[in-house]
Design a protein around this ligand. Structure first.
Ligand code: 4AD
Ligand code: MG
Length: 461
């Protein structure tokens, strides 16, 4: 069906004015009066709609057109003319109006406003609302910005496996992958896995990092951009069981280099959103976060703060806030602490650096102090952690020591250890949570509203 995207018409109305256009979309609103009907059509390419003005006396198909209900899919051909009404600059004077799929009255999106909670129960339809249309266009644009950023810096985009035998983060949050039936004849765990599809224990990846490192030590600079999975039983507004991560990995780079890269990336992709999603930003500013546009500009213009973990603990100890989790050196920062640092102390993004080694993963580079590792989290106001990063341990013996100390199976990490044997080099990387970044730049408070089909504890709708 040949037709013009509504976004193209709205972007350059002068180009289309007084010409015949065909648009295809869904009816958003219908207003009917004695002589005229107004039908607003949206096609998902833009936040805006096009109003079709039905002159009941002169338009032959007026009666048929006015049968279109909210939610119906339609194809409209007509002349684009300047609008006399307020609220839109142009409208369509139809020559033909075809209802492709009539929408009955039990369509759940009849009202103009629905709660986000209600919309989560109809993930197959919520993309048709302004909020989710704006979110999914923004999500798409953000992905493009990320590829453009790394592409401009000679990074190779690599694809790491989704099914894996190793646990990158070591937090035991892996979804198992198996083809075994509910009932199996096996007596031991070992026998069970030996007879399974891969002949060993397998799961969905929590991070593409370990494989990413092998490719960085071949290609120099790589990034992944794919789904990662965590069976965290935490029912919070910022945890999903399936979320997308961007994981660059850079050879010949230390912690400072990776902080610089993360900063440049966040600024660059935020700038891209400011340039390419003005309508969506206005929309989120109006309905979800006052001052959003200024905040985004501030991200681009301001310097991100950096604080030592040890100093961050001192700040938290000074705070006159009753934290649920008591503060002392060695504490794994909880959301409440992260939010205090970002929202109260810094009021801008902050890198917390050099965490105690006990609370961080096995692969992080040990600092000379013997107590901390060269790791950082980027915390941002309103959300908390959006990036986890570190310099990787590139010394074979020190890495082996950590693997053994943590009771990990050496056999699962032989390839990873090989990298420290065959031409090892300092290297660093980070993981950006894509949905958390979307929460940050839209002001949407729940991760379930940043992805089309959210997967969270107890929910697979
Ligand atoms: O801090 P994390 O666990 O770091 C890693 O996985 C490293 N291997 C990354 C690397 O260095 N290549 O996770 C990275 C980011 C977090 O900062 C957060 O933004 C996001 O991934 N994240 C989640 N997002 C949504 N739901 C969850 N359950 C998440 N867990 C982590
Ligand atoms: Mg982390």
């Amino acid at each position: 069906m040949k037709h013009t995207d509504i976004c193209d018409i709205l972007k350059d109305t002068e180009k289309y004015i007084d010409t015949s256009v065909t648009v295809c979309g869904w009816v958003k609103t219908v207003r009917d009066s004695k002589c005229v009907g107004f039908i607003a059509v949206g096609d998902g390419t833009a936040l805006g709609t096009l109003q079709v003005v039905i002159d009941k006396e002169s338009f032959g198909d007026a009666e048929k057109a006015m049968k279109a209900t909210v939610g119906s899919s339609v194809a409209v051909k007509g002349k684009l003319v300047r609008s006399e009404g307020s609220g839109q600059s142009v409208e369509i004077k139809p020559e033909s109006f075809e209802i492709l799929g009539l929408c009955p009255l039990d369509y759940p999106l009849q009202k103009k406003k629905h709660s986000l909670e209600f919309l989560r129960t109809i993930p197959h339809l919520r993309g048709r609302t302004n909020t989710f249309g704006a979110m999914f266009r923004m999500r798409s644009e953000l992905a493009k910005a990320i590829h453009a950023f790394f592409g401009s810096r000679n990074f190779t985009y690599v694809h790491t496996p989704i099914i894996t035998g190793s646990d990158c983060e070591g937090a035991g949050e892996i979804f198992r992958v198996t083809t075994h039936d509910f009932k199996t004849p096996y007596k031991t765990e070992e026998e069970y896995y030996k007879n399974d599809f891969f002949g060993q224990k397998a799961g969905l990846t929590v991070s593409g990092q370990l494989e990413g490192e092998t490719l960085a030590l071949a290609m120099g600079k790589i990034y992944t951009f794919g789904p990662t999975f965590r069976a965290e039983n935490s029912n919070t507004a910022r945890h999903a069981a399936e979320f997308w991560q961007i994981e660059p990995e850079v050879a010949f780079a230390d912690l400072d280099d990776i902080i610089e890269l993360a900063t440049d990336m966040i600024k660059s992709i935020t700038g891209h959103i400011l340039d390419n999603c003005p309508d969506e930003i206005d929309f989120f500013e109006r309905f979800f976060e006052k001052g959003l546009k200024a905040k985004l500009q501030h991200i681009v213009d301001s310097e991100f703060a950096v604080i030592e973990y040890t100093d961050a603990i001192k700040e938290l100890e000074k705070a006159t806030v009753d934290f649920q989790y008591p503060v002392s050196w060695g504490l794994d920062l909880q959301t409440e602490h992260e939010r205090y640092l970002t929202d109260v102390v810094f009021k801008r993004p902050v890198f917390v650096i050099n965490y105690p080694k006990e609370i961080k993963s096995f692969y992080m580079k040990q600092n000379p102090d013997g107590k901390t590792v060269a790791a950082t989290d980027l915390l941002v106001p309103g959300v908390g952690e959006i990036i986890g990063a570190s310099q990787r341990e590139d010394n074979y013996d020190l890495l082996m020591e950590q693997i053994e100390k943590r009771g990990m199976k050496k056999e699962d990490y032989l390839q990873y250890l090989d990298l420290r044997k065959f031409g090892t080099t300092p290297h660093s990387g980070f993981g950006l949570g894509f949905e958390r970044m979307l929460m940050y730049i839209t002001g949407i408070g729940n991760i379930r509203d940043t992805i089309a089909f959210p997967r969270t504890t107890g929910s697979l709708v």
